[in-house]
Every structure is written in structure tokens, then in C-alpha cells.
Design a protein around this ligand. Structure first.
Ligand SMILES: Cc1ncc(COP(=O)(O)O)c(C=O)c1O
Length: 376
């Protein structure tokens, strides 16, 4: 028997929400399984670690599982201690979030009021827009430009007396591009004059290959208005457990701690993150696999005559010579999930996460076959 719930008589929806962007995640494997009845699916859509979590983290989860009737530690004591020791800061300079996305949301809720604005770089990670708008905060962005200097001049022109936060993901998602040391320092110096908070999103830092991208610690020690975010969702392979963190001056974090829900990170997430930090071999394996994958994909895209953005992360943004949405749909039928990025105003592109080498090869074969089908 199914219950038929009566239609609710709702109060009016907040006008703020009516105009909000929505975040569209990568298609989950189980959803495609249900929809198309496929069993052999690869998902290269959400920049996850194709090697999965560290075995040491899995063991830590097993060890902790009998304790899940207890609420988690509200202060995240051990994880903050361990991170503090590694980063050379105090635990007071760290806040743990339910993914680094929560840290974005805490920062906006702490420092922005309706009528204020936030500014991101061109085609910045969509969560900044969504989190700003749901809090009644205007989100601004310059046009994406392959000439970084032009884009950043436009970004600076968007900053005004009502700007509270500037988001600088480095490298950015979905472009994979980065701001180098000289550019970053110049930009931070100019933003400092404006008294705004600058969120440096280093979600993909562990994958960075160039030496010209400044470390989070380097910028943090020089620029006072900075909050750096990092995550356990990418190279540490714990996306499903939702653990990320922010590093900032205690004065910045004090306000954010007032906003944070007490039990925002789970016991299993905390245990797994602590253990994942220990498994340097897993991080190294994941990094090496990504380098091999990026080089392979770049070579293959070049061979196929496809235009792509150079990436310092674990994904590549590649331009489709035919309708990208149709390519995406066709590849789904072959069990290959990529990521359309039309919601970043990049309708001609698909974003491809780097997988294992066999996944990368299968993806290329499927893409090539799909594009051939469009030419025929
Ligand atoms: C630039 C960037 N920042 C943050 C995140 C979110 O990470 P988390 O899983 O820690 O919330 C992502 C996820 O895709 C991202 O691309």
C-alpha cells in the first residue's frame, strides 16, 4: 500500500531562492545503472580518486565503526592537531567542515548580509555562486579569458564597497588552469587594499605539477585576509565521507565557529581523514597515476585534434567539435559518464576526470567512436 500525502499549502517561497543557481552534480553510477540497465560503468565526472580510498583509511573506519552510537567530537581535536603540526600553524587556525563546500558556506554566512556581493574568477567552481545566492548575496564573475591578466583586471573592477569575499580556486574547476606566484601575489596585494576576505580554494593542490603555483602556507603566512580551503575528497579519496577544512587567522574563524552546526563532521569521516594523512604512499600512487593519465589524455586529445585547456588538476576541459550534450548522452549509453559544463557557460565543452589507465583508454575509445558516429 502506498500513502497518498495531501498537497501542502505552502507559505510563499523566499524571493531570494527564486533566482538562485542550482548545483548539478556528476551523474551517479547507480543512477545510470537504474536508467539504462548497464552494469559496466565508469564515472569520470566528479574528479574523484580512481584508486579509491587509502587502505589505511578503510582500516581506521572499520576500527571506529563500533563507536558510531556516540556523537562525533564537535571540536575535531585530533584532526586539527595533526593538520596543525603538518601545516606549521596552531589548531586555532583550522576549521573542519562537512567537505570544503561547507567551509565556503560558513564563510559566506559569517561575513555577508543580503545586499553584499562576492566575486569569483571566470567560470569558477559553481558552489561559490550557489552558496552566495542562497544567502541573498549577489555573486559576480568576470568573463573567462585565456589571457589571465585581462580576466583579473575585470575581476578587480567588479570589487566594490559591498564586496566581502573574493574566491580564487587554484587550480580552478572546471578549467584546470592556475594562477602563478607572481600573478597571485600581485592580485592579493591589490585585494588587500580593498579590505575583502580572499578564499583560496586549494582542493586540487596535491595534484599540482608546476612549481610556479604558490603553496597555501606561503600565501597564508604573508596575506592576513586569506582563508585557504583544502579537502579530503580528491587525492585522499574520501569524497563520500565529506571532510574538508579551512585555514585562516583565528579572528576569521571565531565568527565561522558560531555559524557551524556542532556535529558537522561524522566520526567515520574524522577517523578516515586522520588515517589518510598517514598514507603518503597512497597519495604518491594517486599523484603518479594522475600525471600518467593527464599526459595520456593530452596526447590523445591532440591526436584527435581536440582543443583542451592545460590542467594542473585531475581533470581536463575539452572542447567538442559537435554538440557536447549529444556526445555526453551517447557516451552514457556506453557506460561512460563525463561532465557537461553548460552551467558554467561552457556549452561546447565536456570535463573529463582522469581515471585509471584502463578507464582512460576506454573513455578515449568511446569518445572516438562517438565522434566518428557524428561525422558519418
Ligand atoms: C574547486 C573545488 N573546491 C571545492 C570542491 C568541493 O570539495 P568538497 O568535497 O571538499 O566539498 C570541489 C569539488 O569538486 C572543487 O572542484
Amino acid at each position: 500500500m502506498t500513502i497518498k500525502a495531501p498537497k501542502p499549502k505552502l507559505p510563499p517561497i523566499s524571493p531570494i531562492l527564486q533566482a538562485c543557481a542550482t548545483y548539478v552534480p556528476g551523474k551517479p553510477v547507480e543512477e545510470l545503472q537504474r536508467e539504462l540497465g548497464l552494469s559496466d560503468i565508469i564515472k569520470l565526472a566528479s574528479n574523484e580518486n580512481p584508486l579509491g580510498p587509502s587502505p589505511i583509511a578503510l582500516k581506521a573506519i572499520e576500527n571506529e565503526i563500533a563507536n558510531i552510537h556516540f556523537y562525533p567530537d564537535v571540536n575535531h581535536f585530533y584532526l586539527r592537531q595533526k593538520l596543525a603540526a603538518r601545516l606549521g600553524v596552531t589548531a586555532q587556525e583550522l576549521i573542519i567542515g562537512n567537505g570544503s563546500e561547507e567551509v565556503v558556506s560558513l564563510l559566506i554566512r559569517s561575513y555577508c548580509s543580503p545586499g553584499d556581493n562576492t566575486v569569483g574568477c571566470g567560470a569558477a567552481f559553481l558552489a561559490y555562486r550557489v552558496c552566495s545566492q542562497v544567502h541573498g548575496v549577489e555573486y559576480r564573475e568576470p568573463a573567462l579569458n585565456r589571457d589571465m591578466n585581462l580576466e583579473l583586471e575585470e575581476l578587480l573592477s567588479l570589487v566594490d564597497a559591498k564586496t566581502r569575499i573574493v574566491f580564487l580556486p587554484n587550480p580552478n574547476n572546471p578549467t584546470g588552469t592556475y594562477l602563478n606566484r607572481a600573478t597571485m601575489r600581485k592580485l592579493l596585494q591589490r585585494l588587500q587594499e580593498r579590505s575583502v576576505l580572499v578564499m583560496l580554494d586549494y582542493a586540487y593542490w596535491e595534484y599540482v605539477r608546476t612549481k610556479d603555483l604558490p603553496s597555501p602556507e606561503e600565501l597564508y603566512s604573508e596575506f592576513p585576509n586569506v582563508l585557504v580551503t583544502r579537502t579530503f575528497s580528491k587525492i585522499y579519496g574520501l569524497a563520500g565521507l565529506r571532510v574538508g577544512y579551512g585555514m585562516a587567522h583565528p579572528d576569521i574563524l571565531e565568527t565561522m565557529r558560531k555559524v557551524k552546526m556542532p556535529f558537522n563532521v561524522t566520526t567515520l569521516g574524522l577517523a578516515a581523514a586522520l588515517a589518510a594523512l598517514e598514507d603518503e604512499a597512497h597519495v604518491k600512487r594517486s599523484y603518479d597515476l594522475n600525471v600518467e593519465g593527464i599526459e595520456y589524455l593530452e596526447k590523445e586529445f591532440q591526436r584527435m585534434g581536440l582543443d583542451f585547456w592545460p590542467s594542473q588538476a585531475n581533470f581536463l576541459l575539452v572542447r567538442m567539435p559537435v554538440d557536447a550534450k549529444q556526445v555526453y548522452d551517447k557516451m552514457l549509453t556506453e557506460g561512460v559518464i563525463l561532465r557537461p559544463v553548460a552551467n558554467y557557460r561552457l556549452p561546447e565543452f565536456l570535463r573529463v576526470s582522469v581515471g585509471t589507465m584502463s578507464q582512460n583508454k576506454r573513455m578515449i575509445a568511446s569518445l572516438e567512436k562517438t565522434l566518428r558516429g557524428f561525422k558519418a
